[in-house]
Ligand binder design. Sequence first.
Ligand code: S3P
Length: 425
Amino acid sequence: MSRVKVFPSKPFSVRIDNIAADKSISHRSVMFSMLAEGVSEIENFLRAEDTLNSLEIVKNLGAHVVDDGDVIKISSDGIKESFEILDCGNSGTGMRLFCGLLSSAEGHFVLTGDKYLRKRPMKRVTTPLISIGAKIDGREHGDLAPLSIRGSSLKAFTYESKIASAQVKSCMILAALRADGVCRYTEPELSRDHTERMLKGMGAEVQVDGLSTTIKPMKQLLSPLKIRVPADPSSAFFFAVAAAIVPGSDIVLEGVTLNPTRIEAFKALEHMGANISYELTDNKYEPIGNIHVQYAPLKAITIEHNISWLIDELPALSIAMACAEGESVVKNAEELRVKESDRIATVVEGLRKCGIEVHEYKDGYCIVGGELTKASVESDGDHRIAMSFIIAGLKCGMEVSDLECINTSFPNFFELLQKLTQIEF
Ligand code: S3P
């Protein structure tokens, strides 16, 4: 299944209650279980390549895992040195958070990933970790995986990060839990805060004050996590864009996390003209609910603030921008260049193939809204690029190739897409 043909969609009205579970929360749920005393219970864990790799890694680190296919129960009596090389696959989150977790664990660990992950920058976590006493090395002086970690004692820190990255923040919070004193981490803009919410829920002393987080080292093991992972807003967003670009359509996306640091792309789409409403249905660790999106003609938007709140959704939002009236601009989004692909380059190239005028900048792009036309687009091994252009196909027809990457985050994507239109492999 390396190429799909998508046919233009007729207006649709659907309700989806099985959007893939949240990737960020799934990774964290298995990792944080290693810090608890007792049995953590995780329901609706994302069974996609990235998060299954994290589950496999915690098993290799000595966790006892019982999985009945519905609930995953994890208990651990401490992180054990692994006989295996720990393979994070395609996942930057996996690799960066495990760096924080393992840098204080007893033993030697090797983290690696696929050919895409081995090209992504790791200095953003290895430099601050090394500065507090972690023993880490890797290619390019510790910037590129494979990374080798020899657990050691960590010093308390005050760290001001230059980038708004939840991966860096979470890595440092995990390190802080084992440091020799109170630590403080500050970021330039608030990034997603699942780590803070989940660890606090487990009893960790993590205090958030604006852009600063103060972390007290763990005096004892944490309480086990009991969580039902909500649906992933980044995955749900592909279907939100689908409804926003196909005239006459509407869609309800159920059980999605409504955490404000995750739904900014829906707010942007709303600002562009789509009718969007939110219904809160639950609130454990984070607000959870349903998102209803109805088609309305779209107008251009400029995105330049709170980039980390919608960084993962920018490729899909770019498809909406291509369908909007006027010139949309994305600025201050240089981080897009170091995601699963260089997403500035892949979005620009893909949209140009679809006949859209796009101007590329170092830190973003300008998309001149127009008429999307059918094209043949490659994903460059990036799941979000593949799914974004498949969704564009609902408007004009599309052929997209290099699709295996979709399994890293959204294994039932095609099953759901078939509710909206005809596809052919
Ligand atoms: C993630 C944080 C984001 C996001 C990634 C998942 C996380 O990365 O792009 O898909 O789970 O912490 P950065 O924090 O590095 O921007």
